[in-house]
Design a protein around this ligand. Sequence first.
Ligand code: 5MM
Length: 346
Amino acid sequence: MSHSSELAATARSLVTAGRGILAIDESNKTCNARFAALHIAETEDARRAYRELLLTTPGLGAWVSGAILYDETLRQSTADDVPFVRAMNDAGILPGIKVDTGTVPLAGSPGELITEGLDGLPKRLEEYRILGARFTKWRAVIAISELTPTPRALRANAQSLARYAKAAQTAGLVPIVEPEVLADGTHDMERCATVTRAALKHVFEALDAEDVDLAGIILKPNMVTPGLRSSHRASVAEVAEATLEALLANVPANVGGIAFLSGGLDDVLSTQHLQAMNAAALERPWPLTFSYGRALQQAALHAWRGSPREVPRAQAILAHRAACNAAAARGQYDQAVEDRPIFATA
Ligand code: 5MM
């Protein structure tokens, strides 16, 4: 198989057959902050135990095609000394890795961020490939306020995403391209739609300029919603319609697939939005699935709270959310699926 058809095949396998991606690539800082809020020890072993709980959830591979890890996690093993990468491959879950190194203020653009990580990237990609990663992720962050985003910030973030995507493909790894328009804010849905369209337009122009093979990427976009602090509300049908319209207007048909982030939205609502898009009459050329972090993990993390006794319950909760989202990826999710007893899922 040629390099490019191999990338396209990997991208497809991540987004088809009613499966999606589990995002557990929180940096140590973010993971520790989530642990601290629940009085869980902020240690390497607690992070390892938590990721083991998630990755060894019985049956997970039926709903989850891949998991995005953080550098520390890619190198860790289960308590029985099975490397996570091997446990994942045995479970039918492809190992992925976050390769950006986080955000810093964008000079000259107050309130805007640029994602770093291009320095030394080819070398790190090579090491990640040897460690067993098959795909990668880079997240750009676009904040909405009265003055932002500026065209300059949209352009700079799109260029970094495109340079990363080219480097990942050159190393034989599928890039997940994540331009996240943050849901924080008081803006209405129209404003989110306008910014999301502009962000996508810049990203695909930059990917084209870098000659990135679109069949060998996965786009990880936000959904079009009112800001989390907005007084405006939108129905599930309105979110699905506005999101599909933004994607159809800006995402070329040959993109390998689309896997949404959840962006701090309620977990059940995230599933309902995905279902509504997959059930929509509107024709779309790419598979639509999930690449959720918080919307898959939140309830499981709250059940676990660092207690070994709660591992089976937390795993059953994760399995249930993953099964619900996999049903939504097939357009087959409804209240009956949601109401299935949690221990019946796994
Ligand atoms: C899992 O969270 C990732 C962020 O980690 P850092 O902020 O520590 O870098 C994040 O990139 C995540 O993969 C996506 O934003 C999707 O997660 P949500 O929670 O928005 O679905």
